[in-house]
Design a protein around this ligand. Structure first.
Ligand SMILES: Cc1cc2ncn([C@H]3O[C@H](COP(=O)(O)O)[C@@H](O)[C@H]3O)c2cc1C
Ligand SMILES: O=C(O)c1cccnc1
Length: 350
């Protein structure tokens, strides 16, 4: 496992460039700090890109799709078939993330890492199926070690494709009916948070469905309790193929010096797993929105991040991250293009 590309060392962002970017912000024709979080966002991109004025981001969105054995326990408001049906919708350009990718001029790639049914090989997606879905985490390990490794690598390969295409910011999205259940289990396992504050309604399960989710998560956590598992073993026990792929995607991006903008509940669970696997990743993540899903705000906090916006969204697919792309582009445009006090002949503060 140690030679896996997602596990290779991650460099630190350039703190000297961060300080130089901060100094530039303080010379721009505005009261220092008046652009709030946008100032910090621009400075972080400067440190990531190692240039005081960051280049255009050419954001790339990759949606990873997979099915989940735990769906058989009635933990989603939708049938498992929706995963494959939505992959076809992605390919046809009709899903929310397709619209947002077009609106932002972002590259969009869809990767089948574990949809249960066979997909038409002619579908214009990346066919990288590791298995026909995961096993039921309430009863047994969701993934074998071999499957985990393959899913991490599928995510890493997707990050390399995006970066080769010029991306300087990565967004991962998820599609997988029932995947808020493994995500909740992972968040509980990595943070020690209680099931009651982490398990939510996902696609909109009723009270009985919510109770079934809690039972499934509790059963999964009981299976791993006291076994002293490593971060990647925990991911195999409680995760899913698209969640592992997202973790591999973030890790490989950071290794290659490209940050990721984290989406909602599932993406945050993957980010937590990836940060536990390689803590150096934490410096390369930016939170986007806080999802309505119970526990998401706490999971973001556990990553040491703060969300840019709260739009009461709860979709996944990378959609909450995608809607933040214009904010980030504007933060960088302000940072790069505003005049300084000296350039504009404006008197600076005392
Ligand atoms: C039509 C449709 C499109 C979606 N796009 C993302 N999700 C989101 O909902 C699912 C997680 O919720 P749960 O754990 O309750 O199944 C995931 O597929 C996630 O990506 C969707 C769900 C549906 C139904
Ligand atoms: O926050 C998310 O990513 C989310 C929430 C509910 C359902 N699917 C995704």
């Amino acid at each position: 496992m140690d030679t896996l590309t997602p596990l290779l060392p991650i460099l630190r962002p350039d703190l000297a460039v961060f300080d130089a970017a901060r100094a530039r912000q303080n010379q721009l024709t505005k009261p220092p700090g008046s652009l709030g979080v946008l100032e910090d966002v621009a400075c972080r991109f400067a440190a990531w890109q190692r240039r005081v004025k960051p280049e255009a981001l050419k954001p790339a969105i990759t949606v990873f799709a997979a099915d989940h054995g735990v769906a058989e326990d009635g933990v989603s408001a939708f049938p498992q078939a929706v995963t494959a049906e939505m992959v076809k919708n992605f390919a046809a350009g009709g899903a929310a993330i397709c619209v947002l990718a077009r609106a932002n001029g972002a590259r969009l790639e869809v990767v089948d890492v574990g949809v249960a049914s066979e997909l038409d090989p002619a579908l214009p997606i990346v066919h990288a199926k590791v298995a026909k879905g995961s096993a039921n985490l309430a009863r047994e390990a969701a993934l074998t070690e071999v499957q985990l490794t393959a899913a991490l690598e599928a995510g890493a390969a997707a990050a390399r494709r995006a970066i080769d295409a010029g991306a300087k910011l990565l967004v991962a999205g998820d599609m997988g009916i029932a995947n808020t259940t493994p995500s909740a289990a992972l968040i509980c396992a990595y943070t020690g948070l209680n099931i009651d504050v982490v398990v939510g309604r996902g696609t909109g399960v009723d009270d009985a469905g919510l109770a079934r989710k809690r039972v499934a998560v509790a059963a999964g956590l009981a299976r791993v309790a006291g076994r002293n598992l490593s971060a990647s073993q925990t991911l195999a026990e409680l995760g899913g193929l698209e969640i592992a792929a997202i973790a591999g995607f973030y890790l490989e991006g950071a290794r290659l010096g490209v940050p990721s903008l984290v989406d909602g509940f599932i993406a945050t669970a993957a980010a937590l797993a990836a940060c536990r696997i390689n803590p150096g990743l934490a410096d390369w993540l930016l939170a986007s929105h806080v999802s309505q899903e119970t526990g998401h705000a706490l999971a973001i906090q556990a990553l040491g991040l703060a969300p840019l916006v709260d739009l009461k969204m709860r979709l996944g697919e990378g959609s909450g991250a995608a809607v933040c792309l214009p904010l980030i582009a504007q933060a960088i445009a302000l940072h790069n293009e505003m005049a300084t006090f000296l350039e504009a002949g404006v008197s600076d503060g005392l």
